[in-house]
Design a protein around this ligand. Structure first.
Ligand SMILES: Cc1cc2nc3c(=O)[nH]c(=O)nc-3n(C[C@H](O)[C@H](O)[C@H](O)COP(=O)(O)OP(=O)(O)OC[C@H]3O[C@@H](n4cnc5c(N)ncnc54)[C@H](O)[C@@H]3O)c2cc1C
Length: 190
């Protein structure tokens, strides 16, 4: 959002902070959950991980039967995730179903029930999964975390130190910044 200047600041953000936002572009992870009739008979246990490495083709990671539910959840990332979200849910479910067929045999196709695809790239106020520093630009995180004129503070997963890219890191970063703002305002700390 910052790099695309979708949030307007007056006065404008300094070049240091704009460069830092530009150096922390969003990466993408896409989940493709597929409900399988009789998934308990597939020979995989709840929470099993399957990684389908396909030389010269797109890989697929599958989380099996979370919580014992009849679900197989496919994950794709990187350039392929942007492609598959643009191609749409039907294409993504086709890809996932084809791979399940590779792993479990053709009969599984008839057992596919409901399906879905996350689409965080299309969500215009989010635009991806989490930030990844461009090569050689990891210092951008510290630069973006510098408050501006004691008036503007930034927080979130991109600035979460050892917990970057995670929900827990986003929360801790938000709490730390909120505490810094409260201290600046002279409010008693929580
Ligand atoms: C498919 C997927 C799987 C993931 N799996 C995991 C996992 O297993 N474990 C884990 O820890 N993390 C996971 N993550 C990452 C985790 O979701 C993120 O790191 C976390 O949500 C980032 O939180 P944030 O508050 O920094 O940013 P966001 O969650 O992006 O929050 C920013 C908020 O700002 C809002 N916003 C934007 N512009 C404006 C505006 N102008 N005005 C007001 N509001 C605005 C947005 O709508 C959004 O709600 C996953 C992410 C994806 C996409």
């Amino acid at each position: 959002m910052l790099a695309f200047e979708d949030i307007r600041f007056a006065p404008a953000l300094p070049d240091t902070h704009m460069q830092a936002a530009h150096d922390l572009p969003m990466g993408l992870l896409t989940k493709i959950p597929v409900e399988i009739d009789g998934a308990e008979g597939l020979g995989v246990a709840p929470w099993d991980d399957l990684l389908m490495e396909r030389p010269a083709r797109h890989d697929l990671y599958v989380l099996c039967r979370p919580f014992g539910w009849p679900l197989m959840v496919g994950f794709v990332g990187g350039d392929f995730a942007w492609e598959i979200e643009a191609a749409g849910e039907a294409a993504a479910v086709d890809f996932m179903t084809d791979r399940l067929e590779d792993m479990f045999g053709s009969a599984i196709r008839r057992r596919v029930r409901r399906s879905a695809m996350t689409n965080w790239a299309r969500e215009r106020t989010v635009r991806g999964a989490y930030a990844a520093a461009r090569p050689g630009r990891a210092a951008a995180r510290a630069r973006l975390a510098e408050p501006l004129g004691d008036r503007v503070w930034f927080a979130g997963e991109a600035l979460a130190g050892p917990l970057i890219q995670t929900a827990g890191g986003a929360r801790l970063s938000g709490e730390a910044v909120a505490a810094a703002v409260a201290a600046r305002l002279g409010a008693p700390s929580a």
